[in-house]
Write a protein that binds this ligand. Structure first.
Ligand SMILES: [Zn+2]
Length: 316
């Protein structure tokens, strides 16, 4: 049961229903992996730790840069040059000392993920490159772990909610990526990859090591399954990024994660899309489309969830 301290700390959340204590206990017992501590990940982890999620594993190889500060308020001017993981662990622990926090100054390796995934309840992808997204998708699929992913660029934001039964993240790229290609930058970002739609989706990315940062926030194809979807997003280094939209997307992802960890319904196998538009005040959802030739999940026969879910977030 919750301690007196926890009853006071989480009192406003506990008021939300008769099952408040059970939901809070579920959060306390939860084990969550977050990849990326940039604008999305920094905000996301802040919400998860403040809400009382029990254990978090955090991966990010980057150091704090001056240009991060407008949209990553977890970091301060004096933190420039320090590893984001180090700063995040310190700030998050000061905010709520109860959660167990595990930080890694690196991108996760397959070996680390294969060891960690069986112990986790949820994986949250806030990474800035396609290879990491596909790596997480592939291994989460193998290990039967739910995956939520978010990306923001310019004035557009996207969410992906990937379960084990429906289409996977790799399906969004529309072609039969090989298992080898899905795990490396060249295979995911080259314009010359004629086997996939990725070259047309990521535009100017070249796929070499120097362009790794340039590949961040890349996005999948528009398709019949994603009506009104904007053309493929480029990346925040060429298009900029709206700081307020980063916070909005991070909080949307945090809400979905917390809902799931508390045993509430989540619209798995949907794609959430937000763009700056006076007629659209929230994330609009579309069913993810299965790619029959997907090398990752083609064996599973995916079906689209009910269309009624498509407007779940509209107007929020
Ligand atoms: Zn797939």
């Amino acid at each position: 049961m919750l301690s007196d301290h926890e009853f006071i700390r989480y009192s406003r959340s506990l008021m939300l229903g008769e099952d408040g204590e059970q939901r809070q206990l579920a959060l306390r017992q939860s084990r969550v992996l977050v990849i990326g501590l940039g604008g999305l990940g920094a905000q996301l982890t802040t919400s998860l730790v403040a809400s009382g999620v029990g254990q978090l594993w955090l991966f990010d190889p980057d150091r704090v840069e001056l240009s991060n500060l407008p949209r990553q308020p977890l970091y301060q001017s004096a933190d420039i040059g320090r590893y984001k993981t180090d700063v995040a662990l310190k700030r998050l622990a000061a905010m709520n000392p109860a959660p167990a926090l595990h930080g890694f100054r690196q991108a996760p390796t397959d070996t680390q993920l294969l060891e960690l995934l069986p112990t986790l309840d949820l994986v949250l992808d806030c990474s800035d490159n396609t290879s990491t997204r596909l790596q997480l998708n592939r291994l989460c699929r193998q290990q039967h772990k739910p995956l939520m992913s978010a990306a923001v660029s310019g004035q557009q934001a996207q969410l992906y909610l990937v379960s084990q039964q429906g289409p996977c993240y790799q399906c969004l790229f529309g072609g039969p990526l090989t298992a080898e290609a899905s795990g490396n930058e060249a295979g995911t970002n080259t314009d010359n990859n004629t086997k996939t739609n990725i070259g047309t989706n990521i535009g100017a990315n070249t796929g070499n090591a120097a362009s790794r940062k340039g590949s961040q926030h890349d996005h999948p194809r528009s398709s019949g399954a994603l009506p009104n979807c904007a053309p493929a997003l480029q990346n925040c280094r060429t298009l900029g990024v709206d700081p307020a939209l980063v916070l909005l997307a991070a909080q949307q992802l945090a809400w979905l994660a917390l809902q799931y960890l508390q045993g509430q319904q989540v619209p798995w196998d949907h794609y959430g899309f937000y763009r700056h538009d006076a007629s659209l005040l929230g994330f609009r959802l579309y069913p993810l489309a299965a790619e029959p030739a997907c090398a990752c999940c083609a064996a599973s026969s995916a079906t689209s969830p009910p269309a009624a879910l498509a407007d779940l977030f509209t107007g929020t």
